[in-house]
Design a protein around this ligand. Structure first.
Ligand code: NAD
Length: 453
């Protein structure tokens, strides 16, 4: 056990200290989760659903408290943080419908019938990144619990506060001991132990592609189920027939939300050459209008970066000779601030164009025609998200089918809804979260033949 000091990213000052678990504590948590799982999966489906609804109600009653924790410990703007806490409630409510709908099939066969059952996998290890501590925790935790599994969750080192509080709320709502445990700790210690522990039967990992690769290799040793939600370098493709005013007005929010620390950030804007100048004229005031400042103040749209180290990393993509077209504002003084930054023109070999910056930096690149736009959009090892702006519905569908990415939006800057599946193509991940089929990833299908002759 050791202590970790959570810093307020807006001030750089300490918020509180959290005790980090070690490998032994992780083993003890897994043992408790194994013991609790038998009882949890035996709870009648309607009762399990009711407990999840009570858990959702407990979250709902503490939205203000959870949001304040996220403002202080992660620098999220208060409006955004309140939405995120409400989203945890909504995801719990959505999956509270699962326990009573985990139904199988009956398959008539010669001499009898086969019936199928969805059995829980057992203990699920949930490894969460720092950029969206509440939503990503909920996306794995809610369907896992609803399907009769128990969960040991490891929040990111930098942002453990809301997950710890949500774990307490689960107990207050009546979830039995050991069903949901939140274990702050280092990725290399607690996270790695969850990957290596033979009694953890599934890992849900969200984080960098680099660590995801290690996690997948670790899971292979035990043929452990794994879902990976990894990095992105998504394109915002603006065609000449688009509503340019709307495309330009929303483009800042497609990439600078959460200060660009968003796996779905549309950090490459691709604009058809014939409307590039007009787009840039509209885009510049939109970027300058983004309200960057104290995340505790209502109306703030963009807060600080998560840490000083991360700010240095983001700044490395904007050296003194970078082709900065224009920038928004950011406060001076303490805190880990970085202004919204637009780079143009940028060559296809520039690191800000090829790598995930995970900060408020966007590149703008022209393309000639539809085929060229799609080719540029797909010229990346990632495939998580993206947007398409056009008034031609046929083109919208054609391009959406051609872009190799898991979550696209047409004439909108956002594509994530809890009722729809979420996940990546290519090196952006493996498996899907959210949507009606998410519980399938937390159950095994069992097939039983019943002789009738
Ligand atoms: P990270 O990979 O450094 O860490 C993610 C989590 O993994 C943390 O909890 C960390 O402690 C843990 N971890 C680190 N080493 C580990 C190990 N050896 N074994 C097990 N766990 C380990 O990522 P990050 O910097 O926290 O998050 C940013 C990254 O996450 C970005 O690349 C971003 O695109 C990605 N992300 C993806 C999605 C998505 O849904 N696709 C969502 C959010 C963030």
């Amino acid at each position: 056990m050791s202590d970790f000091t959570v810093l307020n990213p807006a001030t750089g000052r300490p918020v509180t200290t959290v005790t980090e678990a070690g490998a032994e504590a992780a083993d003890a948590a897994v043992a408790r989760a194994v013991a609790a799982q038998r009882g949890w999966s035996a709870v009648a489906p309607a009762d399990r659903a009711a407990l999840l609804r009570r858990f959702a109600a407990a979250v709902d009653a503490h939205i203000g408290e959870l949001a304040d924790l996220e403002v202080a410990g992660a620098g999220h703007p208060i409006g955004q943080a309140r939405w995120e806490a409400g989203h945890v409630r909504d995801v719990l409510l959505y999956y509270s419908a699962t326990p009573e709908r985990l139904i199988g099939k009956q398959i008539p066969v010669s001499g009898g019938l086969n019936v199928t059952f969805h059995e829980p996998v057992g203990v699920v290890g949930l490894i969460v990144p720092w950029n969206f501590p509440m939503p990503i925790f909920a996306w794995g935790m809610a369907p896992a619990l609803a399907s009769g599994n128990t969960v040991v969750a490891k929040p990111a080192e930098l942002t453990p506060l809301t997950a710890v509080r949500i774990g307490e709320l689960a107990l207050e709502a009546g979830l039995p001991d050991g069903v949901l445990q939140v274990l702050p700790g280092k990725g290399s210690v607690v996270g790695q132990r969850l990957v290596d522990h033979p009694d953890v039967r599934k890992i849900v990992f969200t984080g960098s592609t680099e660590v995801g690769r290690q996690v997948m290799a670790g899971c292979a040793r035990h043929i452990k189920r794994v879902t990976l939600e990894l990095g992105g370098k998504s394109a915002n493709i603006v065609f000449e027939d688009a509503d340019l005013e709307r495309a330009a007005a929303t483009a800042p929010y497609a990439v600078f939300d959460n200060a660009g620390q968003d796996c779905c950030a549309r950090s490459r804007i691709l604009v058809q050459r014939s409307v590039l100048d007009r787009f840039m004229e509209l885009f510049e005031p939109a970027v300058k209008k983004v309200v960057v400042g104290d995340p505790a103040v209502p109306g703030t749209e963009m807060g600080p970066l998560i840490s000083a180290a991360h700010r240095s990393r983001v700044a490395s993509y904007v050296p003194d000779d970078a082709p900065v077209a224009f920038r928004g504002s950011a406060p001076d003084g303490p805190g880990f601030w970085f202004p919204p930054t637009v780079l143009a023109p940028v060559g296809a070999s520039h690191p800000a164009y090829t790598e995930e910056v995970f900060g408020p930096v966007v590149t703008v690149t022209p393309f000639d025609d539809e085929a060229d736009g799609v080719a540029i959009a797909n010229d990346t090892p990632y495939g998580l998200s993206g947007s398409i702006w056009t008034s031609d519905v046929g083109r919208a569908v054609r391009v959406a089918r051609a872009v190799q990415s898991g979550n696209l939006s047409v004439n909108s800057h956002s594509s994530v809804r809890y009722a729809a599946p979420f996940g990546g193509f290519k090196q952006s991940g493996l498996g899907r979260e959210l949507g009606p089929d998410a519980p399938d990833a937390f159950t095994e299908t069992k097939n039983v033949f019943i002789a009738t002759e």
